[in-house]
Design a protein around this ligand. Structure first.
Ligand SMILES: C[S@@+](CC[C@H](N)C(=O)[O-])C[C@H]1O[C@@H](n2cnc3c(N)ncnc32)[C@H](O)[C@@H]1O
Length: 205
């Protein structure tokens, strides 16, 4: 698994070094889609009261901007396996005292919420069973480090077959919904209605 994450890290490091702090730099093809994903994930968060949140796979920290635009009081931790991402995010956000960015795949401490946008998509050469096991173990971590809930997105197995790519993982939304419902909480939402070839799952504890 370490080897797999090292390859994923190199893949994203190449993107941020080539394109810089913009959606292409985290392998998204545009700002609108990036923000639409944040809007789904942030349905987990309760506005109006202070919360803490960890952003797993934070990239250059674009979610922090979305949070600043939409929520009043929060503490933010961004973690990423790519050092180049964390360096970029840190340089851009030095003035925001209630945020920090850390290199790694596991949060440094529990927070109210843990969210992840785009970490389950690029599997490179990993086989599907190995990648499914990786998703499962990462959800265990997200559950362990969140006290109020967690949320993540995946490319959907309902994508058009001719558009699917061998280096990407297309998950079964029903399987992951079922897993979250059985393992983590009675309160689970599956959002598959926002026009991208993907879905978001919210787990409220
Ligand atoms: C598609 S990019 C999305 C970045 C950011 N979430 C956004 O939407 O702008 C995925 C990011 O997750 C990081 N990543 C992938 N797997 C990870 C993991 N298991 N733990 C931490 N970071 C990870 C990558 O290095 C990359 O920066």
């Amino acid at each position: 698994m370490d080897n797999l994450l090292a390859q994923v890290s190199s893949y994203y490091t190449e993107k941020i070094e080539r394109f810089g702090a913009q959606p292409l730099g985290v392998d998204w093809n545009g700002f609108d889609g990036q923000v639409l994903r944040f809007a789904q994930l942030c349905k987990l968060l309760l506005p109006g009261s202070h919360f803490s949140v960890t952003d797993v796979g934070c990239g250059y920290g674009a979610l922090l901007d979305f949070l600043l635009d939409n929520f009043d009081a929060f503490d933010y931790v961004g973690i990423d396996i790519s050092e180049a991402m964390v360096d970029t995010a840190t340089k851009m956000r030095e003035q925001h005292s209630r945020s920090k960015f850390i290199v790694g795949a596991e949060p440094p401490h529990p927070t109210d919420y843990v969210v992840a946008s785009g970490i389950f998509n690029v599997k490179l050469g990993a086989d599907t069973d190995m990648w499914r096991a990786y998703i499962e173990s990462t959800l265990e971590v997200m559950n362990r480090f969140s006290t109020r809930g967690f949320a993540f997105n995946c490319l959907t197995g309902y994508s058009d077959a001719h558009k699917m790519r061998a280096d990407l993982h297309y998950a079964d939304p029903c399987e992951l919904f079922d897993m979250c419902k059985r393992r983590y909480s009675r309160n689970v939402a599956l959002l598959h209605d926002y026009d991208l070839y993907e879905f978001t799952i919210l787990v409220r504890k």
